[in-house]
Design a protein around this ligand. Structure first.
Ligand code: 6R9
Length: 693
């Protein structure tokens, strides 16, 4: 309790005038917090005292400067990195308002740097050459590896030299379809070193999804491996790539080189299908190249990577990030949100196929010279204690994961956790979807032994790095709240009309003004970038998320408000699933909604209308699901198919998803007004049929 008092008192000493920054007003008043103290979880004195940001005052002081003088704030931080040439007169230049012209975001323009150099060479030169950059834990117990910063630099240089040799140049796209081997971050860094633009495709995506991305960005080379072990399964990645390359060639994009890593523990090269001339074994070429490679110096605004993500239409969006701002932003957010210390062993369970793996497996941590653990396997293999076994084995201090994993482990016996010491842990993290308070408490109490603050980081592929996140030593936490904005970030909550709402409220979450890590465009489609993100609420970046702010100023994310669903932290556009379903010859129409799911957060619930005369059958249900797995990937397979003789539509033909969501959730007394439907009897039919019927 002394600890609790210390915090409440420290908040009370803020001059009330310091709360000019919206959303911070309530928090600075000690009384406001004290009244809800049952919901507050305080960092220990011991933790706060050693923390980079030890108190709310300190946070507020830094935050104030960051929003009052963004140029000064971010250029001070940027100066800690290596720049071949410093940026021009303007630290940043942006237009966030469509009414004033094209949307533009630039940070450190004219500055010349290289993010790979800053991740590796700079750390080696600072004396971290022998420090472990990556620990690698294989799928099977006792299969592991590691690389120091010097070793990683050498391997990155060899690959970079190879890529240059086959003609990959600055600005060229490289598609990477690899599992969580050390070669994945290595490949990203090698591309960055030569100024090539990597586009990592999550290795759970199907051949068709991969082909779609290849056709969109036309890479010089695709980098993959023959197969990978995941849990008790073997996944044959090279076969998927082969199919994708045939498919993309049909669409006019042929790829000359498929560099394939031989992942011996999963599959030997003898068994791998091979296309002479196109396919090259990594191990046959890369090690023969020199282990030093001159850096390609790039402008801060030159592209670093493309990452495809789901939106509310069927076509994935190529989110484009550039170099300088992204570098400064991921490094800084990593450092503060996890209270990073050089002695930390950091483990993020995300795959590099998603943004979390870009910003917080590869770039953010390595820019800080951290030791990063990369895990190839599945968290419940060979049993549900695997994560804690790994934590003990490597003495992991920062463990960053997703609510879906927490919930799935929470269902198993606590013995799987208690069996391991976990005493090395000091900070926990959560990302991907809102973490429900009960999962938060289990994570906090059981995994962290009520000792480790949880950084519930809210952000997106588009934002590059954390926008709303606790700073673990500073804030008392409320289970399930992402708390407060990171430095330089100005979140606002707007109503339907786009007017900012103050105080306790809920609405649409937008951001005012740019931050260095923001995406700069959608590849090849700046218009869609403006339409999707900047037009809904003119003057702001619109996140697509709903959010409420409580009386203490804490932010509570409430999920997507667009047609995107979040399944196990994976973003899936309902339109993508629908278009996969209707490609099935027996499907006439489909409408997909999200429905609450105990482990995955949201499950996929599909209403399907079959072509005239086609009878429902179990076989057909399976075949529809298989179609989605083949077109998108297993993670997008519908959990439920609800046969629908008709779909509820307005007279103008628009599907009323609101009603479908209620039917899926079995909230039949909340259907609302159905009188505007073209045929209200459709609803009765749907209810009568029920799911899977
Ligand atoms: C980083 C990442 C972004 C969407 C985002 C939101 C949800 C992510 C969250 C969260 C509540 C958190 N989301 N983190 N919701 N609390 N801590 O996940 O990127 O795959 O682009 O997804 O995920 O709905 O809009 P991405």
């Amino acid at each position: 309790t002394s600890n609790r008092l210390r915090h409440v008192e420290s908040m009370a000493i803020f001059p009330s005038g310091a709360g000019k920054i919206p959303a911070l007003n309530a928090v600075i008043l000690g009384e406001a917090l004290a009244s809800e103290e049952d919901d507050l979880v305080f960092p220990s004195d011991e933790f706060s005292q050693q923390a980079l940001v030890p108190s709310p005052q300190k946070y507020l002081e830094i935050y104030k400067r960051s929003v009052e003088d963004p140029a000064g704030f971010w250029s001070d931080i940027a100066s800690e990195f290596y720049w071949k040439k410093k940026w021009g007169d303007k630290v940043y230049d942006d237009n966030f308002d469509v009414r004033k012209g094209a949307i533009k975001i630039e940070w450190f323009k004219g500055g010349i740097t290289n993010i790979c150099y800053n991740c590796l060479d700079r750390n080696v030169e600072a004396g971290l050459g022998d420090k472990v950059a990556m620990y690698w834990e294989g799928n099977e117990l006792n299969v592991d590896g590691k690389l120091t910063y010097s070793e990683l630099l050498q391997k990155v240089c060899q690959l970079a030299n190879y890529l240059k040799d086959i003609g990959v140049k600055k600005g060229d796209a490289v598609i990477v379809y690899l599992p969580m081997l050390m070669e994945l971050p290595m490949t990203m860094l090698a591309c960055a070193r030569i100024g090539a633009v990597h586009s990592v495709v999550f290795a759970g995506f199907s051949a068709e999804s991969l082909a779609q991305r290849i056709v969109d960005c036309k890479p010089k080379v695709v980098i993959t491996c023959n197969a990978v072990n995941r849990g008790s399964k073997v996944i044959y990645l090279k076969d998927i790539v082969d199919t994708a390359l045939v498919e993309s060639a049909k669409n006019g994009v042929s790829v000359d080189v498929c560099l394939t890593y031989e992942n011996k523990s999963a599959m030997s090269r003898e068994n791998t299908k091979w296309q002479e001339g196109r396919d090259i074994w990594w191990q046959d070429v890369v090690p023969n190249y020199p282990s030093t490679c001159a850096v390609e110096w790039v402008d801060a605004e030159d592209p670093l990577f493309l990452l495809y993500t789901s939106g509310s239409t069927g076509k994935p969006k190529g989110v484009l990030h550039t170099t300088g701002g992204y570098m400064v932003y991921t490094a800084t957010t990593f450092k503060y949100a996890f209270d990073y210390k050089s002695s930390d062993i950091y483990w993020c369970t995300a795959d590099c196929g998603w943004i979390t793996g870009h910003s917080y497996v590869t770039y953010g941590p390595m820019l800080n010279g951290a030791s990063v653990l990369v895990f190839e396997g599945a968290p419940n293999y060979p049993d549900s204690g695997r994560c804690w076994d790994i934590v003990d084995k490597y003495k992991v201090t920062i463990f960053y994961t997703a609510p879906t994993l927490v919930r799935s482990l929470m269902r198993e016996s606590e013995e799987y956790v208690k069996k391991y010491s976990r005493k090395s842990l000091r900070v926990l993290g959560s990302v991907g979807e809102p973490i429900n308070p009960s999962a938060w408490r289990w994570f906090y109490n059981v995994v962290g032994d009520s000792r480790c603050p949880i950084s519930d980081t809210w952000w997106q592929t588009e934002t590059g790095g954390f926008l709303i996140t606790p700073l673990p030593g500073a804030w008392p936490q409320k289970p399930g709240s992402a708390t407060f904005p990171f430095f330089g970030v100005q979140p606002v909550i707007v109503d339907e009309k786009g007017d900012e709402i103050e105080g306790e409220c809920s609405g649409y979450l937008c951001i005012k003004g740019s931050w260095p890590g923001a995406f700069r465009t959608l590849y090849g489609d700046h218009e869609r970038y403006e339409t999707t993100y900047f037009k809904p609420f003119a003057g702001y970046y619109f996140s697509g998320d709903g959010c409420s702010r409580d009386k203490d100023g804490y932010h509570w994310l409430t999920g997507r408000v667009d047609d995107v669903i979040n399944v196990s932290g994976h973003r899936i556009g309902t339109a993508e699933v629908e278009s996969a379903l209707v490609s099935h010859p027996k499907c006439a129409e489909a409408a997909v909604v999200g429905v609450e799911h105990e482990v995955k957060g949201q499950g996929i619930y599909a209403f399907v209308t079959l072509v005239e005369g086609e009878p429902y059958s179990e076989e057909l249900r399976k075949s529809l699901i298989l179609t989605v797995r083949k077109q998108i990937g297993a993670f997008a397979a519908p959990d439920k198919i609800h046969w629908a003789p008709g779909l509820p539509k307005t007279r103008s033909g628009k599907i009323m998803r609101r009603i479908l969501r209620k039917i899926a959730a079995r909230q039949l007394d909340e259907l609302g007004d159905t009188s505007t439907l073209a045929d209200p009897s459709v609803v009765e039919q749907l209810i009568a049929l029920g799911e899977d019927s």
